[in-house]
Design a protein around this ligand. Sequence first.
Ligand SMILES: Nc1nc2c(c(=O)[nH]1)N[C@H]1C(S)=C(S)[C@@H](COP(=O)(O)OP(=O)(O)OC[C@H]3O[C@@H](n4cnc5c(=O)[nH]c(N)nc54)[C@H](O)[C@@H]3O)O[C@H]1N2
Ligand SMILES: Nc1nc2c(c(=O)[nH]1)N[C@H]1C(S)=C(S)[C@@H](COP(=O)(O)OP(=O)(O)OC[C@H]3O[C@@H](n4cnc5c(=O)[nH]c(N)nc54)[C@H](O)[C@@H]3O)O[C@H]1N2
Ligand code: SF4
Ligand SMILES: [Mo]
Length: 749
Amino acid sequence: MKTRREFIKISALGIGAAAIAAQSNKWGLGSPLFAATKKGNYTSATKIVSTYCEVCFWKCAAWAHVDDNGKVLKLIGNDADPQCNGRLCPRGTGGVGMLYDDDRLKTPLIRVTENGKQTYREASWDEALDFIANKMKEIAAANGPESVALFNHGSAGSHFSHLLKAFGSATITAPSYAQCRGPREVGFETTFGSQIGSPEPTDIRDTRCLVLIGSHLGENMHNGQVQEFSDAIDKGATIITVDPRLSIAANKSKYWLPIKPSTDMALLLAWIHVLIFDELYNKEYVEKHSIGLEQLKEHVRPFTPEWAYGITTIQPSLIRNTAKEMADNAPSVLVHPGRHVTWYGDDAQRSRAIAIINGLLGSWGARGGFFMKEGASIPDFPHPAYPKPAWSWHELLNGKFPFATMSVSNTFIDASIASEDNKHPIKAWFIAGTNLPVAIPLMSQMEKALQDLELVVVVDTMPTEVTGFADVVLPECTYLERHDDLRDAPHREPTIALREPATEPKWESKPAWWIAKELGERLGLHDYFAYDTFEEVIKWQLEQKGLTLEEMQSKGVVVLPRKTESPYLDPKESHQFKTPSGKIEFYSSTLAAAGFDPMPVYTPHPEPEEGFYRLIYGRAPMHTFSRTVNNPNLADLMDENTVWVHPKVASLWGLQEGKYTYLRNQDAITSDFPIKIRVTERIRWDSVYMVHGFGHNRKELSNAFGKGIDDTQLITKVLIDPLMGGTGMRSNFVTFASTGAHNEEEAAI
Ligand SMILES: Nc1nc2c(c(=O)[nH]1)N[C@H]1C(S)=C(S)[C@@H](COP(=O)(O)OP(=O)(O)OC[C@H]3O[C@@H](n4cnc5c(=O)[nH]c(N)nc54)[C@H](O)[C@@H]3O)O[C@H]1N2
Ligand SMILES: Nc1nc2c(c(=O)[nH]1)N[C@H]1C(S)=C(S)[C@@H](COP(=O)(O)OP(=O)(O)OC[C@H]3O[C@@H](n4cnc5c(=O)[nH]c(N)nc54)[C@H](O)[C@@H]3O)O[C@H]1N2
Ligand code: SF4
Ligand SMILES: [Mo]
């Protein structure tokens, strides 16, 4: 049956919660962390429990200090963990705020219609799980299990992936591909035959020259990288940063190239030109390991620094000098692949240009370049083979995006909108740990999908925007209250880290592994969940690696020996790259055969109209996307985003520092809320900048509601990457508006 599903904004969520709230720990001055740091009456920890952080995906291993009453007092980085070296970032330290946030989801909720209006009512776990399982069976009987899809991000994802695969569906996706790092994986795979993956195998620790193109380490707080970045600076490495904004990284750099946004490809081609024509490239390495140099040389012949100057606004001498710096330090040089790289729709090709420069410098496999990472390969807990799905994400591509190496979330949304052409319709969404309306800039498509889907289940810890999608909301407990998979983070050495519950789940919240297992049992999939607790799974897995749970509990992290001797290529040895030719491919016949440019080309991107400025965005050190904005500890450090405006633009528009403005984009979408103005020389005049993740429109998020602007709301145009389907998000333009969509009175400020 088709429901006209409304996107529920404000609901009865608070009713039962208010009654239960008395049991909770109000996070304020009397809270454990503040008690420890501000008042000095720190109750001593009687228990120290191993965990790894879930505030972002770097997954630093940490110790939770817990008192007799089960209060988590503080989180300290695990010294043995190469991901964090004993130091958490500000977000990780503030992770306790996630646990003690009173706005958390507290009970399962089911969508109901009351007096003609849709809202939620509280439900028991049994009722909610029975409802979901019955609906899944109905949908599978009519459309096949493949029509149940999963959108996931974070630890919960693996438990629901296992459930779906056991059920017969591999229709699984995440915003971390087509909205994040997908293009670089394609760019590097088509060049070196290897993807970058997470964490990045970037040898920043030993680099002599680090080139950052957009990637704003220091604001992007991926811990190990930031620590190594700071060590590299101390050791005198040359830093070259290409960014239209004077980022923290740019501020620490020997060279800042304040590029005109969207023109990076021209700079990269000019660098390639200089490296080849000035014979600065690593000849021995290139000769030994690559193919296509001659074609590349001919291709870049016209792309001189003078040519690039007209496009990028970067002085030719600066382009030449920086290319020379890179070459002087080769092979201990690293042109960083970036991470969030879905910018302008030709992102896989831009990433390929970055890969090619690294190839020319010989940094792939070199100390101070990219190392060869190794993971721990933790075996799966025994279960029957998964049934083979009749179709999966490949079929959803419909012949498009031939170089996508993982599922493309946008195609899942398209397949959920009823249409004659839809050969593989999706009927149900499980959403675990991703705030879709903020993470994927395709809200109008998502709204259409919502009308056609038969079941939407959201598993989350907070009443963020995505919970408004759900027929059933399931409250997961936070990472400090649960077991999860052992962490296997491939790096210089393989490591394993343990996450155990530091305290009991609050309210009615439950761990994802338990939710998945309970659904599995109801779906007749017991053999896939043949354990009572997740500790049994972990114990078994550790035994296979010759480890015990007791050892892991006392160490938190173990570092295992590598299977191959060195993380670096031996310059005397030949190496088989996993490309079709076995070599680094400067010219890609595979791309050519598929009808794409075998070598990257520069394409101009849309420009703002008069009076509009390019909207660019990034990270703040104390927040992760939209997930931390309500965290009381972190909101205390930064509770709203600001819009960075160049003084010239500010004076043109009469904008004053510290005052508020609404923003309106090229499609006449005005922001829900106003944003504080920051007038600064640190941004180019043609762009405005804000931190992503603010502007929450749900009142249940009491610390975050209405604070700042949600950049995604203004990203109504995306440039899709034809190679892999990424949604380029930086071709939206905004102007300043005195009134907004949400609340006319607020415009008076
Ligand atoms: N604190 C914190 N750290 C995080 C995260 C977080 O949420 N919070 N998220 C993590 C994740 S998943 C990711 S993917 C990464 C993302 O972090 P990065 O990969 O470092 O992010 P970028 O997309 O490079 O975008 C940010 C920078 O690009 C600049 N920029 C904008 N347009 C252009 C352009 O056209 N050319 C150039 N050269 N630069 C441009 C912006 O000014 C900004 O400084 O951060 C990770 N680290
Ligand atoms: N406009 C714009 N869009 C972007 C980006 C951008 O910079 N600008 N960045 C892109 C990038 S790089 C990425 S990687 C994605 C990130 O996309 P997401 O990971 O979806 O980002 P968040 O907005 O943090 O949403 C996380 C959701 O998970 C919930 N959550 C947090 N912890 C848990 C948990 O332990 N269990 C469960 N079940 N849920 C939990 C949060 O409450 C929140 O609802 O966004 C992409 N989209
Ligand atoms: S980088 Fe910070 S937020 Fe991310 S996992 Fe590590 S401590 Fe947590
Ligand atoms: Mo990301």
